[in-house]
Write a protein that binds this ligand. Structure first.
Ligand code: SF4
Length: 483
């Protein structure tokens, strides 16, 4: 299965998810907790908007100079002892990582949580080559033990509650049968399970949050410290890094270390930030590889409207405020990137044909744009992608007629009056001003909600005939303002 496109259209998958009340309860509780923490952490900073603007500007500069910055990163990382590889797509990236691991003679590796490795289906590819990849992030571990797929960028096991996690641990790892669902007990069980893996691992695999062009440094930002164990204990370290992760200089990191923790976990500071530059003899892995991954990013970069998507720092703030994500959950998106960012990133990485329903998985309310720390105008990109999605000839014809009507105020007013004439008797017969079932193609709307009939009086007519001395509630305003 393509990790970026399950092949199941969003409406069908969402319908299944909406039938699971436990899932909705888990999602609501978790997303509201994280969003409240974020709002508090962001509210503390008087210069939050300036930080957002700066972060967006740095990323836009990177996108303008991407080839130059990538080559500089390669040069500096290589000079520091790393080996840099270039991967055009997921297959190439998986083959490179597998070849490196096989070259060590090992048959297992420990992994730091990484969206890039999920995007390329690395665990499955390694398994086919006889290599076991063990997730070490607590939430990723839960998902892996449950033989499930992640449903959130930051909290991949957000769809499970404590009792469900306890059952997974008892079933899948050597855990005590009387393990409780107390968070501390669950964390301790995972810790002792993982410790054995860390101490025996010879190969570590990671992604990177940032790659500094000027120094050839990689940066991993995480909350548990498990990532740092994977980055420092093994002899060999392979990092798969999307090409858009580049930052020009170390100084630029300062901005992102302010916006990322506050946007993702609602923390003022990130608990564990690991940075490394190539190889340091006697300190950490002696064999360091970086795989620079394209996988559709160059195509995204070429699109004037869509390229802002590549500013994304995967903080997941947009997921936590999205009313659609909160109800449908991450699996409905059929991609490792769920929520608003997934609805614009996945179709661009795969091509709109493979993910045609995702740009429609939004109410366009704009809450995602308001919270995005790098100011990605997600609604703008959604509308842009909706236009590119395949539309039936009937829909195209209907939209052309609507556009023709709306281009002329006279035509629009005439259409409104015609609709009012037709719907008056219908509303009287129904006894209400909504219709529950329309014939096709209107049934596509009424399958999920009622359709309102046109209002008895249009806004234009009301405006023309209104009492100009009355306010919205019929209160009379003074005609002349008192100074
Ligand atoms: S689109 Fe913005 S809010 Fe959403 S994950 Fe990316 S950076 Fe965060």
């Amino acid at each position: 299965m393509n990790p970026l496109a399950s092949g199941v259209p969003f409406p069908r998958a969402a319908k299944v998810a909406l039938g699971d009340p436990q899932l909705r309860t888990n999602l609501r509780r978790a997303t509201h907790t994280i969003r409240d923490r974020r709002a508090h952490a962001v509210g503390e900073l008087p210069d939050w908007e300036a930080l957002r603007t700066t972060a967006a500007a740095i990323k836009d500069d990177v996108l303008r100079r991407l080839p130059e910055l990538l080559e500089r990163f390669e040069e500096r990382a290589t000079a520091a002892g790393a080996t840099v590889h270039w991967a055009r797509d997921a297959a190439e990236a998986c083959e490179i990582v597998s070849r490196i691991v096989r070259g060590t003679g090992e048959t297992s590796a420990v992994k730091v949580k990484s969206m890039a490795t999920q995007e390329i289906g690395l665990n499955e590819a390694l398994e086919r080559d006889g290599i076991a990849a063990f997730e070490t992030d607590l939430a990723e571990l839960i998902v892996q033990l449950a033989h499930d797929t992640p449903s959130h960028i930051l909290v991949p096991a957000i769809h499970y509650n404590r009792a469900e996690i306890r059952d997974i641990f008892v079933r899948e790892m050597p855990a005590d049968a009387d393990l409780t669902d107390d968070p501390a007990a669950l964390a301790e069980a995972a810790r002792s399970h993982l410790r054995r893996r860390f101490l025996s691992a010879k190969v570590g695999i990671s992604g990177a949050n940032f790659a500094i062009a000027d120094t050839g440094t990689l940066v991993v930002v995480e909350s548990e410290g498990n990532g740092r164990m994977c980055l420092t204990l093994p002899d060999t370290l392979v990092s798969v890094v999307g090409i858009e992760k580049i930052l020009p200089t170390f100084a630029d990191l300062e901005v992102f270390m302010q916006v990322l923790p506050r946007s993702s976990t609602g923390e003022r500071m990130n608990p564990y930030t690991s940075t490394w530059t190539g190889v340091t003899p006697g300190d950490g892995p002696s064999d360091v590889h970086v795989v620079l991954l394209d996988n559709g990013r160059s195509t995204t970069l070429a699109d004037e409207v869509g390229r802002q998507t590549l500013r994304c720092i995967r903080c997941s703030a947009c997921l936590n405020v999205c009313p659609v994500y909160e109800r449908a959950g991450g699996h409905a998106y059929g991609s490792v990137y769920p929520g608003p960012i997934g609805a614009i990133l996945s179709p661009q990485l795969t091509g709109i044909g493979e993910n045609a329903s995702l740009p429609f998985a939004s109410t366009l309310c704009g809450a995602c744009y308001d919270v995005c720390p790098v100011k990605i105008n997600i609604p703008e990109v959604l509308v842009h992608l909706r236009d590119q999605a395949p539309h039936s000839p009937a829909e195209r014809a209907a939209m052309s007629v609507a556009a023709w009507l709306m281009r002329s105020p006279k035509r629009f007013a005439a259409a409104e009056r015609l609709a009012q004439l037709g719907t008056g008797p219908l509303a009287a017969a129904l006894g209400r001003r909504t219709v529950s079932r329309l014939p096709w193609p209107g049934s596509k709307w009424t399958d999920a909600r009622d359709a309102p009939l046109p209002a008895a009086e249009s806004f234009r007519d009301w405006w023309k005939h209104r009492d100009q001395t009355a306010g919205p509630q019929g209160h009379t305003h003074p005609v002349e303002e008192t100074p």
